[in-house]
Design a protein around this ligand. Sequence first.
Ligand SMILES: Cc1cc2nc3c(=O)[nH]c(=O)nc-3n(C[C@H](O)[C@H](O)[C@H](O)COP(=O)(O)OP(=O)(O)OC[C@H]3O[C@@H](n4cnc5c(N)ncnc54)[C@H](O)[C@@H]3O)c2cc1C
Length: 390
Amino acid sequence: MAPIDIVVIGGSFAGLHIAHSVLRDVPDAKVTLINPSTSFFWNIAAPRIVAKSTAFRPEEYLLPIKDAFANYRADAFEFIPGTATAIETTAKTVTVTPNEGEAKTLSYDYLVIASGSTTSATTGSLTGTAIPFKQSGHNNMEQLIEAAQGHIAGAKEIVIGGAGPIGIELAGELAEAVEQSGNVGKVSITIVSATERVLPMLKSSASAAARKMLEHKNVKVVTSKRVIGVETPADDSASWTVNLEGGDKLSADLYIPTTGVTPNNSFIPAQLLDKNGWVTVNKEMRVQSTDGSSLPIFAAGDITNNSMRLSFKATEQAQVAAANLKADIVGGASIKSYNQGDSITMVVPVGEAGGTGQIFGVVPFSFMVRMIKGKHYFIDKAVGALAGKA
Ligand SMILES: Cc1cc2nc3c(=O)[nH]c(=O)nc-3n(C[C@H](O)[C@H](O)[C@H](O)COP(=O)(O)OP(=O)(O)OC[C@H]3O[C@@H](n4cnc5c(N)ncnc54)[C@H](O)[C@@H]3O)c2cc1C
């Protein structure tokens, strides 16, 4: 019997989970996984990785994808390092440009879109300097991370745009790196928030705690000012100018934007996207087309129109998508559904010693944040996520 061809686009939290789940439970499946980087990036730790080059070893945060699938039948799994460039829903094909060799077209019985999102710091689209908070879209993560660590280590005036969790974590790590390298007073770090308080999505006591911890670490906190533009210097000898709403200007030799995410959707047909470019799914994680056709396509993670773009939500969605995909193939199993809920769970370290956040509506003590996340940024969970066990 011919195998059932399942093509998974994206090898991160969502795609890896679904690929493993299908391979474990569907004996007739042939899974083809496409991802530009040959490594899975534990980007949860990115604020510390870019700020402190020796805090973790590259082998802890860049893990080879192919090795994690070595235990399946050789003919049941194929990893294509490369990029999906087009989907034809009528022909049920995906076009792929491999990192090496000619473009090829793959047929699928089922397709999984798990291509996630990116950030302007990752692409360097605003400043020309990439600070990789996510996978880059190329097979170059180690070089990109090393270059970012170098830019940061050499900077004397750093401005961070945005005081959400990534901005706050980054500011805490940078300030601590300055302390640890004996450069207090020689490097300035400023964080700019468009809102009145930092971490505006959390309770006000969490915002106040984060601000106090940052100021204690000599970080300048500017609130109620939106960054409206950055003028990059014509040559490396001059400073950048960060323009704020109301006319204020900050000088910087490194500006790191931390707000906003954009969908990795360049290869996805428009009829599968909502008006903001995210893939429209129903509660069963089945992709919905504007023409109403029923498609053998599932999506999970950041790329979907579910608004909570967090790794544990990507995994929850992947569990639902995988269960329903498997039910479609083997029959019998109950249909699962995803509801992101409305409660915010977030743990935000401000350096290694503590931090703040919100867990089931409660702001945790700083020492709890240290124990939960601040010590290690969950780095020991990377192997499990790669193995689809998270
Ligand atoms: C700095 C930072 C810190 C974070 N910290 C936390 C945290 O502490 N806790 C938390 O829950 N969440 C956190 N998040 C959010 C978390 O990173 C995302 O929710 C998660 O990465 C989403 O996983 P995903 O699998 O949906 O997609 P992604 O991780 O975005 O991965 C998508 C994959 O698809 C690949 N891809 C894209 N286009 C194509 C294509 N055309 N062809 C083939 N492959 C493609 C990409 O290269 C990538 O490997 C953080 C995010 C950032 C930026």
